[in-house]
Structure formats: structure tokens, C-alpha cells
Design a protein around this ligand. Sequence first.
Ligand code: PLP
Length: 382
Amino acid sequence: MEFKDLKKQYLNNKDRIDEAIKKVIDKTDFINGQEVVDLEQRLAQYVGVKYCITCANGTDALSMVLANWKIGIGDAVFVPDFTFFATAEAVSYVGATPVFVDVNEETFNMDPLDLERKISFIENKNELKPKVVIPVDLFGLLADYNSIEKIAKKHNLLVLEDGAQGFGAEFNGRKACSFGNAAITSFFPAKPLGCYGDGGAIFTNDNELASLIKSYKFHGKGENKYDNVMIGVNSRLDTLQAAILNVKLSMLIDYELDATNEIYKKYCERIRKFVKVPFIPNGYKSSFAQYTIKLKSREERDSLKKYLDENNIPSMIYYPKSMHQQKVYSELNIKDKDYPVSSKLCNISLSIPMHPYISDLDIKKVEETIKKFMHYNKFIEI
Ligand SMILES: *Cc1c(COP(=O)(O)O)cnc(C)c1O
């Protein structure tokens, strides 16, 4: 059993993917080929925004938006305490200070009440200028944008949606990567829409931001590559990756999203007696970057993980440490007691195999193994 079965996904669509790759090689059109232009158009249309600009990875996408908003030294950027490190890293990379916000225990996403609290704290302290909030669509579930956008408006903050794990998700029919003033996603292989290497994209309706980033990602080009109007970076998506993504985008839309949502339902029916299953609020549709269960204690989580390992069922701890617990941020001197929820989630969360190609037999095996574990360990009576 695989945690994410990229091999099975490839074999399922081998002919189309191989053909797309071969076409690029035949044309030797490796940078800025037609496939990149096509992909950007399709992604913008699918998400429902004016511009999609592809780039080298999701981390670049985050820092490029922040840099072009002129976020830097002395600015505060609010990020969830429970996320992949890149969300906070991009903030530090442009010289700004990440301010961590605790999350909601049910959804794993940024808690709007704590966001209010942390904004007031920064405003009262009056050392940093509050500028941006970066909600993350963790594990494929959209953050609470209704509440967060209201708070951001009240405090005059820009909103940057980190949709690295959320591509394909929806809230009341509105797609991930269409929220906030700009959004980003990642095409890292294991994300809901993954390529065969690194890749990322920025989404926005903002004409000015879009034209700045189109120049910035290309050495700050003006009329052309040899006319430079600002200091930028080199951050592009290869034509080969775009060609693969064009096929994989169709797969995602045509059946993968439905398949993962079916598997979600099956898992929930079968294991909710034993563990806390993911909570998807009304009106939300997740793209299930992860299927993350919660146990009652660290001891229970760690021993279940060990038992799954022994039974050849892969599982992952997302995340063993939250942002404020990272060594690199130890100088901020933040205590666990200020982040009770994220500190707890690090101890009790466990992600189990989840991808569109998981078989009924594998789901059954996961169910049986969790059941046996609970019985054997008397964590519950059966
Ligand atoms: C993966 C990820 C990123 C970074 O994407 P890369 O393409 O790996 O640079 C950023 N934010 C979150 C929440 C992620 O999961």
C-alpha cells in the first residue's frame, strides 16, 4: 500500500502523459512553451480568476507575492501556527516578521478569533506594522475566508491564500485559489494537483500585481529579457511540467476529486467508531491533500503509528512541530500555552493513506488494522 500512489496514477494515464512529454521533447521547446500558456489559461478559468502566473514552486509563489506587495522589514504577516514551514519561511525570507495564529481544532485551519487577538496584540505593541494575513487551506480544506476577509478589511490587511494543499477544493461552489487579494498553489508531486518535479502558481484578479509578477519572475524584465526594469528572480515552470499538468488537470477535474471524496466517505463510515475523522463543514468540499485523523493522546497516536508501520500501512505525522516550536523561531520566545490547539494537534494527528486510486481492499485493511489496534490496546471496548 502506498501513502500517495503516484505510480498507479501514472500507469492509469500513461499513454496521455507519455505523449504530452514526447511532444515537448520533439519540439525542444523547454522554456515558456505553448503548454505553459495553455496551462495558465486553463488554471485561471477553472479557478475563476483573471490571472494565473506559473512559477518554479509554491514557496517562490508566496515570496513573490509578498515582495511585490513591498512587504519587508518591520511588517507583521499573520500565518497559522499549524502549517508546512514554507508559509512562515516566505514571510521571513522577504524580511517581514511572521505572527503565528492558533488554529481551529476541528478544521486544522486558522482560527479567526485568535487572528483578531493577535492583530490587537501587534497593534497595541506598536512595533510592527500589520500588513498581510496568509490563511492556509490545510489538508485540502478551505480556510474560513468569510470571517478572515471581514477581519482583514477592518484592519486594512491584504489576504494571501496559501492554497498549496487546497487546489480543487470548494466553498459554496467557489474554488480554492480564488480567495483574498491573491492566492498561490504548489505542484509538488504529492499535492492535489502535482507535477513530476517542482512547480507553483500565483492567482489574482489584480492587474497591477499580475504585471509586476510577470516581470519579477523573469529577472525583472521590461520589453524583453535583455531589458531589465527591476531586480527580480528566475522562477519559471518548465514546459515539460506544464505539459504533464495539462493532462493531470483534466484527470483531477474529470474523476480524481470525486474519487477522493468517495474514499473520504468510505473511510469515515468505517473508522469513525475508533478515531476522530476529518470534519468538513457544511458547504465545503475538500480536495483531501491529506486524510488526517485525531487520537486521544500522543501515546495513542504514536503507538497506532507504530502498529500501522508493523502492518505495512504507511502513515505520516503532519505536523510533528508547529511554527512557534521551530528552532529557527526560538528567538521569538513563544510559549506553547499561547498556542494550545496547534500544540495539541502536533501530538494527536496522524495522516493515513489517501489518494484517488486507493482500492477498497486497502481501505478495508486500514479499517481492520485500526480496529485490531484499538481492541488490543483497550483504547476502546468493542
Ligand atoms: C507544499 C506547501 C508549500 C510550498 O510549496 P513548494 O512547491 O513545495 O515550495 C507552501 N505552503 C503549504 C501549506 C504547503 O503545503
